[in-house]
Unconditional design. Structure first.
Length: 222
């Protein structure tokens, strides 16, 4: 699966925000009904305790799937707004990186043009070579610093995603949380599997960060 484009992510955020419009406010909870013990319901918190959905399992009580569905409905209402806010913040940060990379590209081209001018007009071959070498060294250091920053940022994001999952007995599970699924994909694993060797995931994170930084650098150069 290819990484989504910024426009695709923006559409996803807009669709999610539109879906939240008009939704019953307040914290949602999933629990067995106090008045109908065979019903598992999703309801708002105080003061109105409005019942939003109920699962009765065709009269014989809800099954495990119904319980999971109800809990997810409540969790989504309570957490999707925060996830959207975090995603918008990440989008803004990525946009700023693109601006910075574009500015760097222009500065690099200007420096290369300066080097070319010096090479054409300098009568002192030694001075010309020294200036060119210094310029190249500066640019190389800047490129290395930016690449290092990109790698460090992506690796931090990947480790943050790792900590949203569960590590137990040498295994790691993303518990089908979106950040964990993203981590699995970035590290080259099947996100649908859900459960992986913890050490394999940890070992893959640095390489995934390097690949992401290289992709960003190539997109900027294009």
């Amino acid at each position: 699966m290819t990484n989504p484009t910024p426009a695709a992510v923006e559409r996803l955020i807009a669709d999610a925000e539109a879906a939240l419009e008009g939704v019953t406010p307040g914290e949602w909870k999933a629990a067995y009904s106090k008045w109908e013990p065979d019903n598992f319901i999703v309801q708002t918190d105080h003061p109105c305790r409005r019942v939003l959905a109920q699962f009765d399992g065709d009269g014989d009580g809800p099954d495990d799937q119904s319980l999971a569905d109800a809990r997810f409905i409540a969790w989504a209402r309570n957490n999707v707004p925060a996830l959207l806010a975090a995603l918008r913040a990440m989008q803004a940060e990525c946009n700023q990186w693109r601006v910075d990379c574009e500015e760097f590209r222009r500065d690099k081209e200007a420096a290369e043009a300066t080097v070319a001018h010096v090479m054409r007009h300098s009568d002192n071959e030694t001075e010309r070579a020294n200036r060119a070498e210094a310029t190249v060294a500066t640019l190389t250091a800047q490129v290395g610093a930016m690449r290092g920053a990109l790698i460090a940022e992506r690796e931090e994001n990947l480790w943050n995603a790792y900590h949203t999952g569960i590590e137990r007995d040498g295994r790691w599970s993303h518990a089908f949380m979106s950040d964990g699924e993203w981590l699995a994909r970035e590290c080259g694993f099947d996100a649908k599997a859900g459960d992986y060797p913890a050490e394999a995931i940890k070992a893959a994170i640095p390489e995934a960060a390097k690949r992401a930084a290289l992709t960003t650098e190539n997109q900027t150069n294009d």
